[in-house]
Design a protein. Structure first.
Length: 483
């Protein structure tokens, strides 16, 4: 989703000039003619990702507007515009909560750098907050991305389950985010801030399962040179998340059942059991009821774990969450990789929402990561997802700027046959700008498979200008064929 910039200025000419610069970079621009109008948008609906605020306006001044925005608790970054770049003015604006300032008239490059920095700082702050919650075990259901009906159901069930110590079994396909739900259960419970220990039962070596889960005493077996506490003791007082519980060997299922029923474990080599206070949250991508029928999973353990089941939906069942997930991943990877991708082009987002995502959220996450690392445009394009779109990375169009050396009597047409856009006509004269422009646009349509956002970016013009030129040059049919 394109980032939204709110331009607050009583001068319509100034607003149009700023919008022209931001449009070319793929930002969505909205306007407010006064401070009051800007406050209403930010507090009553609509919102924005960045605000460009003029300091001198009729009615509420820029500083008064900024004070109202901060008093209302709106954290959006604000960049002030001023015709007076005096130190006192700048200091007052920064003290009021502005992040940056521009002295009018502002150059396009300075404007874009300021907006990008503001967005990057916002993303960095959000990522720091997310990591702090993750490390401290205080991730909540409010931090889970998605507001589709299936996810609202998951959150509602999770909030209820978190209020007690009831065992929870999370089911769902691989990659749907079962551990994210488990962490939210822990963070929303009275055990928040206590240890959250995740164990992938499918990744445990068969001969070390018991030791890893329940611990062992020094000398309990060959190689046990030190005492080991085990995952249950690590999670004491907190939550133990047993992922892929269906992979646990049958003999270990018996010992797990005893630990759940008695609230105590038997470390390998220990002479007495050890009391533990652990909340169990388990997960599986299999059908545990079917495993019970096949004899691969103990029926009594299944009933002990499946007290409060939560089914995590597949991504294809909540496609309306994809834009929010994409925005979340872009913001996160921008911070991690030092990139400044603003979002996805409209056609790219439509492509992502139409895809089935057999690998679910994990596959979407990895696809966004790859696309963002390789992207060289402000907005992710279909060719940034070649495995999904089938569109390869386009080559740069080649334009001949020099007249080729031709043999005597040659018309020049053959010599320029390899040149996508000819500048010299058959008689050796320079062609008109209109003819060259038509050929260049036609060539760009072919190279970029009719993707107008990419064509406009490569040609250095706005999309509306490109559409107008396509109509004027009669290239609508070529555009339809390329698309």
């Amino acid at each position: 989703m394109a980032k939204t910039v709110l331009v607050v200025d009583d001068d319509p000419t100034q607003r149009r000039l700023i919008q022209a610069v931001l449009d070319r970079e793929g930002y969505a621009v909205v306007h407010a003619e006064s401070g009051g109008e800007a406050i209403d948008r930010l507090t009553k609906g609509g919102g924005a990702d960045v605000v460009l605020l003029d300091l001198v306006m009729p009615g509420l001044s820029g500083l008064e507007t900024l004070a109202e925005i901060r008093t209302a608790g709106v954290p959006v970054p604000v960049i002030v515009l001023t015709a007076n770049g005096g130190i006192e003015t700048v200091v007052k604006a920064m003290q009021a909560g502005a992040q940056d300032f521009f002295v009018k008239p502002v150059g396009p490059e300075r404007l874009l750098i300021g907006v990008r920095n503001a967005l990057q700082l916002t993303q960095l702050s959000a990522e720091i907050g997310r990591l702090k919650k993750h490390v401290s075990g205080r991730t909540s259901f409010d931090d889970i991305v998605g507001d589709s009906p299936p996810m609202r159901m998951v959150k509602a069930l999770g909030v209820r389950a978190a209020k007690s110590g009831i065992p929870v079994l999370i089911t769902g396909e691989s990659g749907v985010g079962k551990e994210v739900i488990a962490r939210a259960l822990h963070g929303a419970s009275d055990r928040a801030g206590k240890p959250f220990v995740a164990v992938n039962c499918g990744a445990l070596p068969a001969n070390l399962v018991e030791s890893i889960l329940f611990g062992h005493e020094k000398g309990a077996f060959t190689g046990a040179t030190d005492k080991h506490a085990g995952k249950f003791m690590e999670a004491n007082g907190g939550t133990l998340f047993l992922d892929e519980i269906g992979e646990l060997p049958l003999d270990m299922q018996v010992k797990l059942l005893r630990a759940l029923q008695e609230g105590e474990i038997d470390p390998v080599g220990s002479k007495r059991p050890v009391k533990v206070d652990v909340r169990i949250v388990s997960a599986t991508n299999r059908d545990p009821a079917q495993q019970v029928k096949e004899g691969a999973f103990r029926e009594d353990l299944f009933y002990r774990l499946n007290v409060f089941p939560i089914e995590a939906p597949a991504l294809r069942e909540r496609r309306e969450d994809i834009p929010a997930l994409v925005e979340h991943f872009i913001a996160r990877f921008n911070v991690e990789e030092g990139k400044r991708v603003a979002g996805c082009a409209a056609e790219t987002m439509a492509l992502l929402q139409a895809f089935d995502w057999p690998g679910n959220v994990r596959q979407l996450e990895n696809s966004i990561y790859r696309a963002l690392v390789l992207a060289d445009a402000p907005l992710l394009q279909p060719h940034d997802f070649p495995a999904i779109s089938g569109v390869a990375m386009p080559l740069n169009p080649i334009v001949s700027h020099e007249r080729a050396e031709t043999p005597a009597g040659d018309t020049g047409a053959e010599a320029q046959a390899d040149s996508p856009v000819r500048i010299i006509d058959a008689r050796g004269h320079v062609r008109t700008l209109e003819e060259i422009e038509r050929d260049l646009i036609q060539h760009a349509i072919e190279v970029y498979s009719g993707h107008m956002s990419e064509i406009a970016r490569r040609l250095g013009i706005g999309r509306s200008t490109l559409y107008r030129k396509v109509r004027e040059q009669g290239l609508e049919e070529q555009l339809k064929e390329a698309g």
